[in-house]
Ligand binder design. Structure first.
Ligand code: MIC
Ligand code: SF4
Length: 646
C-alpha cells in the first residue's frame, strides 16, 4: 500500500511504535528550537533535568519576542539564553537576527527532517517539507535531553491545490484563510494537513511557509508540503542545496479526508475580530475605516511578499490617521530590503520600520488605540492580544494591508487603479550569519538576572481532588485568555510567582486572588468548553495555574499543545463524558473526585460529585500509559529527572 509524506517521514524517524493513525509513536527528532518567551523556562528546565549537553543533532535558541527593553528583565533573559546556549551546545540567534520561524526556514530547515519548536507556529518549516511541530518548553527540554518525542499519530488530511494564484490582490495568505473559513479553528485538531496537487508547484517555499505557519490556527498538529524543484530552488538560493531531498506521496497513498482548493478561483479574504476563522470576502467590508496597518511577522515576511507590497506604496503616502508599521521577519529579509531600496519605499510612504521581531503581533509595542481598527498580515487576532482590549483586529495579506493603509479604509481591491508588480523569487539571498552564534565548548557560566526564578515543582498526585470551581469558560478559550502576553506581562515569563498574578486577568481580574485562597483549601478546578487552550504553545498557561493550585480542568475538548502542557505540569485534563453536564456546573461549586490515582492508573473514568448542588457526573481522561505516569509523578520534570538526569 502506498504511503503519504507524513507516514514516510514518521517511519524514517521511528524510535518505537507504528506510524498508523491513532497509535502512540516515539520519534527521533533532528532539530529543536526555542524562542525567548518560552525558552527561558525550557532552558531552566533543561538545566534542572541535569544533562550536560543537548543530545539532538541541532538545537537553536532564538530571541524574537521579548525585545522591548523598558527595564533590565528582557536584556537579562537574553543574556541567560546566550550563556545557556553556549553552556549546553545550542546555536544562539541574537536579538535582531529575526523571528525564529523565518530564520529557521532560511538557515536550518530541511525536507524530510523532524523539528520541534517551543512555539505554535513551528509548522512554518512544513513549507520546506519538514515535519515541524509546536510543543511546550518542557517537552522540548526532555527531547534535548535525549528522549524521543511521543505523540498519538494524527490522521493525515490531504489538501489538493489546483490552478494558480493568478487573480490580482490574492496571495498565499488567502489560501489558509480559505481553509480556516471552511474548517474553523477546531478543524485541524488531531490532524496533519498534507498539501498536494498541481497547484503546489505554483507556490514558492516562502508562500508555502505562510500557509503552513497559519495552519496552526486550524488546531492542526502540523502541515507539510512536498519537497520538489521549488524547494531545491529555495535551498540553492540559501546555499544549502545539500539539504535537499525529494519528498512526495505515493500515487496510491491514503488519507483520512481530501479537501480541494482551486487557487485560480480564490478572492481576497479577511479574518474579522476576534478569531482567525471569522473569514469574509474583503468586498463585504468595503468602507470600514482603519487606524493602523501592520505588515510583517512570522506569517508574511518574505522578501518577495514585501517587495510586491512596496510596489503598492512606492511614490504614494499613507492616509492621514493611519499608522503603518513594518516588522520584517528576519535580518536576511531586512538586509535585502535595505539593499534594494525597498525599505526606502516603505519609509517614504510613511511606514514606521520596526526591528525584526514579533513586535505588535504579541503586543510588544505597536498597540492600537482605544477601539481602533488594526489590519494586520499576522496570524492571530484574539481579543486583547494586540495589547488593547477593545481594539478590532483584522487579518489579511500584505498587499491588501498596504492598499488599505493608503486609502485609510477597506476597499474592494479589484476596483483599485493601483497595480501590484509581481516580484521574482530571488536566485540568491544575502548570506550573512554574523548574528548566529554556533555552539561552543561548554565551559560558559550561565548568567541569571534577579528576575529569573527557579521552576516550581508540583507534589505527586494525591488520592482525591476536593476543590472549588474557580471559573467556567466558553468554547475556544485561547492561551492568550489563560495567560495573557503583551509588553507588561511577557518580561515575567521567567518568574512564575510574579506572572501567576495575571492568570485569566483579561477575563477576571480577581482570578489569581481567588485561586490563591482556594489553594489553601484543596485547590481549584476550571470548567472549559470545546477546544480549550487553543493558540500558543506557552506552557505558562499550565505552569502558572499549577502554581496557583489548579488541580484539574474539565472541558468538552482540548487543544493538543495545551493538553500536553497541562499533563506536563501535573494538572489533570478531564473530558465531560456527556457534554450536557457542562451546563450543570457553576463557578464556586465544590467538586470532589475520589480515587483519582487509581482511575488515572487504570479505568480513566472519574465520578465527579458536585457537593454544592448535590449531583454527580462522569468524566474521562484518555491518558496514555506515559501520560498517566506523568500525572501521578506530578509532571514531566520530576519524571524526566528520574529517567535521564544525573
Ligand atoms: C504566539 O504567537 O501566540 C506566540 C507568542 O508566539 C506563542 C508563544 C509564546 O506565548 O511565547 C506561540 O505561538 O506559541
Ligand atoms: Fe511572533 Fe506573532 Fe509569529 Fe507568534 S505569531 S512567533 S508572536 S510573530
Amino acid at each position: 500500500m502506498g504511503k503519504n509524506i507524513v507516514e514516510k517521514v514518521f517511519e524514517a524517524h521511528l524510535a518505537y511504535g507504528e506510524a498508523s493513525p491513532g497509535s502512540r509513536v516515539g520519534l527521533r527528532v533532528d532539530q529543536v528550537y526555542t524562542q525567548d518567551a518560552t525558552g527561558t523556562m525550557a532552558w531552566l528546565q533543561f538545566e534542572a533535568i541535569g544533562v550536560d549537553r543537548v543530545k539532538v543533532p541541532l538545537a537553536v535558541s532564538y530571541v524574537d519576542h521579548n525585545m522591548l527593553q523598558s527595564n533590565f528583565m528582557n536584556a537579562d533573559d537574553h543574556e541567560f539564553l546566550r550563556t545557556s546556549a553556549a553552556r549546553f551546545g545550542a546555536w544562539f540567534s541574537r536579538p535582531g537576527n529575526g523571528i525564529s520561524h523565518q530564520v529557521n526556514l532560511e538557515r536550518f530547515s530541511a525536507p524530510g527532517r523532524i523539528a520541534l519548536g517551543t512555539d505554535s507556529h513551528t509548522p512554518t518549516g512544513g513549507g520546506i517539507g519538514m515535519i515541524a511541530i509546536g510543543v511546550g518548553g518542557l517537552d522540548a527540554a526532555t527531547v534535548m535531553a535525549g528522549a524521543p518525542f511521543e505523540l498519538k499519530m494524527p490522521d493525515v488530511v490531504r489538501v489538493r491545490l489546483t490552478g494558480r494564484l493568478k487573480r490580482p490582490w490574492v496571495a498565499a495568505m488567502d489560501v489558509i484563510l480559505e481553509l480556516l473559513r471552511r474548517l474553523t479553528v477546531k478543524g485541524g485538531v488531531g490532524r496533519i494537513i498534507e498539501y498536494s496537487g498541481d497547484g503546489v508547484k505554483e507556490l514558492s517555499v516562502p508562500e508555502r511557509a505562510t500557509i503552513t505557519n497559519m495552519g496552526a490556527e486550524l488546531g492542526a498538529t502540523t502541515s507539510i508540503f512536498p519537497s520538489d524543484e521549488r524547494t531545491l530552488f529555495f535551498l540553492k538560493a540559501q546555499n544549502r542545496e545539500k539539504d535537499w531531498v525529494e519528498l512526495k506521496a505515493d500515487e496510491d497513498a491514503r488519507y483520512a479526508d481530501t479537501i480541494e482548493i482551486n487557487l485560480s478561483r480564490l478572492e481576497p479574504l479577511i479574518a474579522m475580530p476576534h478569531s482567525p476563522d471569522n473569514v469574509k470576502p474583503v468586498r463585504e467590508l468595503e468602507g470600514l475605516k482603519i487606524n493602523q496597518a501592520c505588515i510583517g511577522s512570522c506569517t508574511n515576511s518574505s522578501y518577495m511578499a514585501l517587495k510586491e507590497t512596496a510596489s503598492i506604496l512606492k511614490g504614494r503616502a499613507v492616509a492621514p490617521g493611519v499608522s503603518l508599521l513594518l516588522n520584517p521577519g528576519s535580518k536576511q529579509v531586512a538586509e535585502m530590503l535595505a539593499r534594494d531600496g525597498i525599505t526606502r519605499d516603505f519609509v517614504a510612504a510613511g511606514a514606521r520600520v520596526l526591528e525584526s521581531s514579533c513586535g505588535p503581533c504579541i503586543g510588544m509595542g505597536g498597540s492600537p488605540g482605544t477601539e481602533h481598527v488594526s489590519i494586520r498580515t499576522y496570524n492571530r487576532n484574539f481579543k486583547g492580544r494586540s495589547g488593547t482590549k477593545d481594539a478590532q483586529v483584522y487579518l489579511a495579506n500584505p498587499l491588501l494591508c498596504a492598499l488599505f493603509a493608503l486609502k485609510g479604509e477597506i476597499v474592494d481591491p479589484r476596483k483599485s487603479d493601483i497595480k501590484v508588480r509581481k516580484a521574482k523569487e530571488p536566485a540568491s539571498y544575502i548570506l550573512n550569519d554574523n548574528m548566529l552564534i554556533p555552539p561552543s565548548g561548554g565551559r560558559t557560566e550561565i548568567k541569571k538576572g534577579p528576575n529569573i526564578k527557579e521552576v516550581p515543582l508540583k507534589e505527586p498526585l494525591s488520592g482525591a481532588i476536593d476543590a472549588e470551581v474557580l471559573l467556567v469558560t466558553g468554547d475556544n478559550i485561547t492561551t492568550d485568555d489563560i495567560m495573557p502576553a503583551g509588553s507588561q506581562i511577557l518580561p515575567l515569563r521567567s518568574n512564575i510567582p510574579a506572572i501567576s498574578e495575571y492568570v485569566y486577568s483579561g477575563m477576571d481580574q480577581a482570578f489569581s486572588r481567588r485561586a490563591l485562597e482556594a489553594r489553601a483549601n484543596g485547590g481549584g478546578i476550571i470548567i472549559g468548553g470545546e477546544n480549550y487552550g487553543q493558540g500558543s504553545s506557552r506552557e505558562h498557561a499550565a505552569l502558572a495555574p499549577m502554581f496557583l493550585g489548579i488541580k484539574a480542568v474539565i472541558a468538552k475538548s482540548f487543544a493538543r499543545i495545551h493538553r500536553s502542557n497541562l499533563i506536563n505540569f501535573g494538572i489533570l485534563p478531564l473530558l465531560f463524558k456527556d457534554p450536557a453536564d457542562y451546563g450543570r456546573v457553576s463557578q464556586s461549586d465544590r467538586l470532589r473526585i475520589k480515587g483519582v490515582k487509581e482511575a488515572v492508573a487504570s479505568s480513566q473514568s472519574y465520578m465527579v460529585e458536585d457537593l454544592t448542588k448535590g449531583f454527580s457526573f462522569e468524566a474521562v481522561s484518555n491518558l496514555t500509559e506515559r501520560e498517566a505516569e506523568l500525572i501521578i509523578e506530578g509532571g514531566l520534570l520530576p519524571y524526566t529527572r528520574a529517567k535521564f538526569g544525573k
